[in-house]
Ligand binder design. Structure first.
Ligand code: 3PY
Ligand code: MG
Length: 252
């Protein structure tokens, strides 16, 4: 089976850098995949993307060195299996509140007898290779998002669920949950303490931890703290920021 770049980064002891696609388009997916990132995450939760567009975007990512990931809209097994069948090598599940949801995530993404994933990896076979079935369970990365109060309170238990490789922090939702507002790069001491609790819990569990960041500099700061899956913002925000700055320059 084609290897997963993220697992290779982790085996080498370095943080994986993921592109993040909010724009539902194959061309921008290909551009982000060619930017030097280790993987690219198609965002089905908040991105302007549906499942049909996701399939084209995963095909576009296949033409790049990056490994395809998908953030699913919820812990719904049907959509998780669809993303995996379409060739996703990593799934990020938002708003995981408890062990039951984390276990449902694990079950839906492993084939029997370990889990309940139904067989039919049509595009997964094309992308992954003929031995997809043999290696899929071990090659797919599963990150449970911690971004709610119940999820934060249960973070140690969620990390203990076998088959979850790690957690992924959504700073905006976590800030909202703590009554501090949706700040992309939090500075509030309570939000920073919650993020630090998650980091320590992941380190203690020997599992991975990622975070969505507002820039490459913020991503580097978190990577220096031990975060090993970092996202230097998404395509739509980056396009918006660079264009706004260039337009300002053009106007002198
Ligand atoms: C959050 O910050 O809440 C996220 O989900 C980032 O994508
Ligand atoms: Mg979120």
């Amino acid at each position: 089976m084609r290897p997963n770049n993220v697992l290779e980064c982790w085996a080498q002891g370095r943080a994986a850098v993921s592109g993040w696609l909010a724009i539902g388009n194959t061309y921008s997916a290909e551009i982000v995949g060619c930017s030097g990132v280790d993987c690219v995450t198609v965002d089905l939760q908040h991105g302007m993307t549906d499942v049909q567009q996701m399939i084209g975007m995963l095909q576009a990512i296949s033409a790049t060195p990056a490994t395809p990931f998908v953030r699913v809209p919820s812990c719904d097994p049907a959509i998780m299996m669809k993303a995996l069948d379409a060739g996703a090598y990593g799934l990020i599940c938002p708003m995981v509140d408890n062990v039951q949801q984390a276990q449902a995530f694990v079950d839906a993404t492993h084939y029997p007898p370990t889990g309940t994933r139904s067989f039919g990896p049509t595009r997964g076979l094309l992308y992954g290779g003929a031995d997809y079935f043999k290696h899929a369970d071990q090659t797919i990365v599963r990150l449970a998002m911690i971004e709610t109060l119940p999820g934060l309170e249960a973070v140690e238990d969620i990390l203990a669920v076998e088959g979850i490789q790690g957690i992924f922090i959504g700073p905006a939702d976590l800030g909202l949950a703590l009554g501090k507002g949706p700040v992309g790069d939090p500075v509030d001491p309570d939000v920073l303490a919650a993020i630090e609790r998650c980091r320590q819990a992941a380190a203690k569990a020997g599992k991975h931890i990622g975070i969505f960041c507002t820039s490459g500099a913020v991503a580097a700061r978190y990577a220096a703290q031990g975060f090993d899956f970092v996202v230097p913002n998404h395509d739509a925000n980056l396009l918006k920021a660079v264009l706004a700055s260039e337009v300002q320059s053009a106007r002198g």
